[in-house]
Design a protein around this ligand. Structure first.
Ligand code: ZN
Length: 383
């Protein structure tokens, strides 16, 4: 058959030839990939299964001494600088408190913790999670080094806000995370428009297949904690959610304690490991790479009369001749019959190869986690 592919498809096929795992020619690789993909399906896989996220083994770091500590009362927040290698510990004073969280690059507020970006490969949670800023910056900002049990995370939503309270309950000026974030970041000259979707800590919520959220009561106990390593200098903004009509705060939030542990040789070493592995990509753009570098000062949008579009070119397509074996021919017909492999044998072949590649080719993802090797000398956790 004549298979139409573009230059990117050919790059991946040729990468497999070079690796020598499926065959020495494009034809051999494509035929073998269909068989391997079918085997994957027969052993419980699906054509939609995402790739395994992968792990990076690192040493468990020892933090420096506490350099700052404060307690923030219910329904307030605090914008607090946490510098590279420092660890922000957020802990429960009474327990049962939902903490909403935003973070910014301390030196450029246009780079921020983007929940949507962090969800790219599923909702990664818990110890070892790397927390990323959004595209086009797209780099690790923080990492979860440790937490106590019953640490429920949720970041599939927006943030509670005044409109929800007013439209649903008729409450005007009810405390809400949008306004609390805005009040906290005002200390650094940011506006309510600079609040972003919340990366929630101790929020027990699941999302139904229809996208509706189911809210559960808060399991956090007194002194439960989470430790966030700053991979870059951040302005970290934990706030306490003021919601009292659903059980996220057990109908009455408590206080939270913030402690900043100084950087140490081992936290700095961990930062370096993370940056070396996840901060080395051409796609991680900064303003010096932008065609428009300045932040717009005027609110009104006006067309630039000198604008000339400059998009990436569409990859070139070519047709390659591929003879499929009778066995692969039968498999492709079977895959097409499922309705999940597009509508032609050629597309089913390409789709099978790409789905096989997705699962089989080892690589990092946004969801790749850190796995901490225990410290041989000191098994106790950081206190
Ligand atoms: Zn809230």
């Amino acid at each position: 058959m004549k298979l139409t592919v573009n230059t990117n498809h050919l790059t991946l096929i040729d990468r497999i030839i070079e690796a020598g795992t499926l065959g020495k020619t494009r034809e051999a690789v494509l035929n073998a990939a269909v068989i391997e993909h079918a085997r994957f399906l027969l052993t419980g896989g699906t054509p939609f299964r995402p790739p395994p996220p992968g792990v990076v083994e690192v040493d468990t770091p020892v933090y420096g001494p506490v350099r700052e500590e404060l307690v923030i009362p219910p329904i307030t927040g605090k914008a607090i600088p946490v510098r590279t290698g420092e660890v922000l510990r957020i802990s429960q004073v009474e327990g049962g408190t939902c903490v909403d969280y935003n973070a910014y690059n301390l030196h450029d507020y246009k780079e921020w913790l983007d929940c949507g970006f962090n969800r790219t490969r599923g909702v990664t949670v818990g110890k070892g999670t790397i927390i990323w800023s959004g595209s086009p910056r797209a780099r690790p900002m923080q990492a979860i080094l440790d937490h106590s049990d019953n640490f429920d995370q949720y970041y599939q939503g927006h943030r509670c806000n005044g409109l929800l309270n007013e439209i649903e309950y008729g409450f005007v000026d009810h405390p809400n995370c949008q306004d609390t974030f805005a009040e906290a970041i005002r200390e650094y000259g940011l506006t309510p428009d600079d609040v972003h979707d919340s990366y929630n800590l101790w929020m027990r919520t699941n999302v139904t297949p229809e996208g509706r959220r189911e809210f559960h009561w808060n399991r956090a106990r007194r002194d439960d904690y989470v430790d966030l390593l700053a991979v870059i200098d951040t302005l970290s903004v934990p706030i306490i959610c003021g919601i009292d009509t659903i059980p996220l705060n057990n109908y009455g939030p408590g206080s939270i304690r913030l402690q900043v542990f100084a950087a140490s040789p081992s936290t700095r070493g961990l930062v370096e490991t993370i940056q070396k592995r996840f901060g080395r990509f051409h796609a991680q753009k900064t303003p010096k790479d932008f065609k428009t570098k300045e932040i717009r000062m005027k609110r009104e949008l006006e067309r630039d009369p000198n604008y000339v579009p400059n998009y990436f070119p569409n990859p070139a397509e070519t047709a390659i001749e591929v003879n499929v074996t009778p066995e692969v021919e039968r498999l492709l017909q079977t895959l097409l019959a499922t309705g999940d492999y597009l509508e032609s044998k050629e597309h089913a072949l390409l789709h099978s190869f790409l789905r096989w590649y997705d699962i089989a080719w080892p690589r990092d993802h946004v969801s790749t986690k850190l796995a901490f090797r225990p410290r041989p000398d000191a098994p106790q956790r950081n206190v």
